[in-house]
Design a protein around this ligand. Structure first.
Ligand SMILES: *Cc1c(COP(=O)(O)O)cnc(C)c1O
Length: 404
């Protein structure tokens, strides 16, 4: 039998399709906000698997739910429904504007469902002409052909043409541009309430409210992509609840399963009725195994104390970054909400985010980037103070090395 230390990151080149460039760390074990690699080196985890590990690694509530469900029923397909899916749907509906849920396996798939539903809804009610989708530059919605076409980063969508037609991209935050572009032909406007991948960009509040009003005026659906911002990440169950701008369709994934692949699309009963029998589906979507774990995750994050704790942890994280900034003013701006924080590098360090991320790993802290100029932090919603302190010390050492 091969041992974990027999494997190296360099084996990736031999066995895997090269669409990723894995970091030099090979994690083999995690607990809470700590991770260990194949050489037993310990890391503080500020990345959380890109805003996925909401409860940290191997949280007992998740492990128990997984083990119990694994001994009960894994999969039946959507030819039948199942109790964990019904329970999770009820949990999500009870805590949001929505009346019903559709389950998928990834953020991209939830968005694919939302975009198809919006087109279908307009098609059935108005006709073929109402098919235009408005999206925003730097937006990220996943890697299927529809979602890269809708996403606002050409590096993800070029070279796969012909792409899906009828999509307009506008600058994020520009209400005037939207006013000019939106019309009766628009079936949906899709956006993140706070852009994650695109650089942790918080739009002005009146932008989100304005989008809502323009969608209403043109009978277009407003789709909030809360794949990254949802499930407690910003300190609310969903980001829309804090800003009080209610979408017609909401998609979520990442932290929803805390590491189990699962996604959801939530909407009203009226809109949901346009996904009638046979119109859309998924073999794995809403499997008992995934839903049981997600419902367990929600049993933790729906606790008001946990949500309040996100704000406390945000302040610890921001304090740590402010201390680094006092020592060496490398940040142009520190922004974001809850435990989705971006630190944009000042001009002399532009383009160095990846170098800092790699040096940080060498020093013992895992962080993320959002583009080439922004360090991104999306730790567990339960991260402890000591981990934040240790992680910030490691980040400081990395910055001292890179930013000389
Ligand atoms: C990560 C992400 C997606 C894509 O999710 P996958 O699970 O990778 O398909 C979509 N939208 C947003 C906002 C994301 O952050």
């Amino acid at each position: 039998m091969t041992q974990e230390h027999d494997w190296q990151v360099t084996d990736f080149q031999q066995w895997m399709i090269p669409c990723y460039a894995p970091m030099s760390v090979l994690p083999v074990k995690g607990k809470g906000s700590r991770v260990w690699d194949n050489n037993s080196k310990e890391y503080v985890d500020f990345a959380g698997g890109i805003a996925v590990s909401a409860l940290g690694h191997c949280h007992p509530v998740m492990v128990n739910a997984l083990v119990e469900q694994a001994q009960t029923l894994w999969h039946v397909s959507n030819v039948m429904t199942n109790v964990p899916a019904l329970k999770l749907a009820k949990t999500l509906v009870s805590n949001t504007f929505a009346d019903s849920a559709f389950f998928a396996n990834s953020g991209a798939e939830a968005n694919e469902a939302a975009l198809k539903l919006a087109r279908r809804y307009a098609h059935e009610r108005v006709g073929e002409g109402k098919n235009e989708i408005i999206a925003f530059t730097q937006g990220f919605h996943g890697r299927t052909l529809f979602t890269v076409s809708v996403g606002g980063q050409p590096k993800y969508s070029s070279g796969f043409g012909p792409n899906i037609q009828g999509i307009t991209h506008l600058p994020y935050g520009d209400l005037t541009a939207l006013k000019h572009a939106i019309s009766d032909r628009t079936c949906a406007v899709i956006l993140e309430p706070l852009q994650g991948e695109g650089g942790v960009i918080v739009p002005p509040l009146d932008f989100l409210m304005g989008v809502r009003q323009l969608c209403d005026a043109c009978d277009a659906l407003m789709i909030f992509d809360e794949v990254q911002t949802g499930n407690g990440r910003t300190g609310a169950l969903f980001a829309y609840q804090e800003i009080n701008v209610i979408p017609d369709i909401l998609t979520t994934a990442k932290s929803l399963g805390g590491g189990m692949p699962i996604a959801a699309m939530l909407t009203t009963e009226h809109i949901a009725s346009y996904f009638s029998v046979g119109v859309h589906g998924s073999t794995y979507g809403g499997s008992p195994l995934a839903c049981a774990v997600a419902d367990a995750v929600w049993s933790v994050i729906a606790d008001p104390d946990v949500l309040a704790g996100v704000k406390v942890r945000e302040s610890w994280l921001r304090d740590g970054l402010a201390q680094i900034q006092r020592d060496r003013p490398i940040f142009k701006e520190i922004r974001g909400k809850g435990l989705l924080i971006g630190a944009e590098l000042n001009a002399p360090w532009k383009g160095q985010a990846k170098l800092i991320m790699e040096a940080a790993a060498e020093e013992g802290v895992l962080i993320l980037i959002a583009g080439s100029d922004v360090l991104r932090f999306t730790p567990s919603l339960l991260i402890d103070r000591e981990s934040i302190t240790l992680g910030m010390q490691a980040l400081q050492r990395a910055i001292d090395r890179v930013c000389v």
